[in-house]
Design a protein around this ligand. Structure first.
Ligand code: HEC
Length: 118
């Protein structure tokens, strides 16, 4: 009987731990949800470079380059696309333009990306 209780408690703790690890705090964030539903994750991950740079690298690079104007630069890149900015990381592909998402959604996404900068 005691063992059963222990197993249930341990399983619950494990599930809580696992979801807190993989789910990021971002899972319920509107910006991250837009990224998920707009196909961005085909080329991007949060903390790993894929076809495109990780969102953490993007946030930190733009913060270093433009300080508090970083968000505007990120918005512009999402709207119009960009190429060659991350070639120092060996990234040669282009970021396609996503202007059709509209200013509001692009701003929501850009804010979330910049929230990853330290
Ligand atoms: C086909 C692959 C692909 C898809 C899909 C894609 N990206 Fe990118 N993205 C890239 C690449 C490649 C770069 C790096 C471009 C460079 O080096 O200049 C990039 C760069 C970026 C940057 C950095 C721009 C900067 O100025 O620093 C942002 C922000 C970004 N992507 C956001 C997004 C968002 C948001 C979506 C979805 C709406 C998306 N990407 C979808 C490939 C992609």
């Amino acid at each position: 009987m005691k063992l059963k209780v222990f197993v249930v408690v341990a399983a619950t703790a494990f599930i809580m731990f696992a979801t807190s690890q993989n789910g990021f705090a971002s899972d319920n964030n509107p910006g991250y949800n837009l990224i998920k539903t707009s196909g961005c994750l085909a080329c991007h991950a949060v903390d790993q470079n894929k076809v495109g740079p990780s969102y953490k690298i993007i946030a930190e690079t733009n913060k270093k380059l433009y300080g508090k104007d970083a968000i505007k630069h990120i918005e512009k890149s999402i709207e119009n696309g960009v190429k060659g900015k991350y070639k120092n990381l060996g990234i040669t592909a282009a970021m396609p333009p996503y202007g059709y998402l509209g200013k509001q959604k692009i701003e929501t996404i850009a804010k979330w990306i910049m929230s990853l900068a330290k």
